[in-house]
Write a protein that binds this ligand. Structure first.
Ligand code: APR
Length: 205
């Protein structure tokens, strides 16, 4: 893997810190601190639950900002599929959010890390990237799935998230050009930035 890392301060209107990792093929992974509902992308990832019934945290923020149409679509999916398994995701439109799609990913509830949680968390990122490729999505934003109510330790989750996305962006055939990790609080941003800087540093061009 060959990539370049840049730090940017005062990055934009809706976020104030950013780190950018650019891979040899020009694809980018960006870390920003901010509110995922305010940043324009093609697809926004939600940290949902298996029942797809909405909740607090980023799920609540996405439904509030996107409007009731998103839940109506989830009602239809629930009628058809029943639920979304942990480690997977389903797609809806984005209502009034600044995006075309919302991918509702169901992360694992963290027990001790030995109950399949790492594979399930990785599965969320992989499934969302697959949904993105199927829909011609070029830019996609992720929150730190499972690290809030579901209790996944931040550093472990950040390592899985960044490496899973990096592996996808390095593929020559990927249509996704840019992946944003939108971290709500400074602590989560710092964790992701430290892990990305350490784990990708050796590959800096
Ligand atoms: N933008 C970006 N990130 C956000 C936002 C936001 N507007 N609001 C919260 N977050 C962050 C949290 O700080 C946390 O780091 O999203 C991360 C994930 O936290 P949760 O939303 O609690 O998601 P998760 O841990 O996956 O738990 C999912 O919570 O709300 C319910 O319905 C949801 O039952 C499901 C569970």
């Amino acid at each position: 893997m060959i990539c370049r890392i840049r730090w940017k301060e005062g990055g934009g209107v809706n976020y104030h810190t950013a780190m950018e990792i650019e891979f040899a093929n020009g694809k980018k992974l960006r870390l920003v601190q901010g509110d995922i509902t305010k940043i324009r992308v093609d697809a926004i990832v939600n940290a949902a639950n298996s029942a797809l019934v909405g909740g607090g945290g980023v799920d609540g923020a996405i439904h509030r900002a996107g409007g009731p149409g998103i839940m109506r679509e989830l009602d239809a999916i629930r009628t058809q599929l029943g639920y979304c398994p942990t480690g997977s995701a389903v797609a809806t439109g984005a209502g009034s959010l600044p995006a075309q799609y919302v991918f509702h990913a169901v992360g694992p509830v963290y027990h001790d890390g030995h109950h399949g949680e790492p594979a399930e968390l990785e599965g969320c990122y992989r499934k969302c990237l697959e949904l993105a490729e199927e829909r011609g999505v070029r830019t996609i934003s992720f929150p730190a799935i499972s690290t809030g109510a579901y209790g996944y330790p931040g550093a472990e989750a950040a390592r899985i998230a960044t490496h899973t996305v990096a592996r996808h962006l390095e593929k020559p055939e990927t249509g996704v050009r840019e992946v944003l990790f939108v971290l709500f609080d400074g602590g989560s941003y710092d964790l992701h930035a430290a892990i990305a800087a350490a784990d990708f540093r050796n590959q800096i061009k």
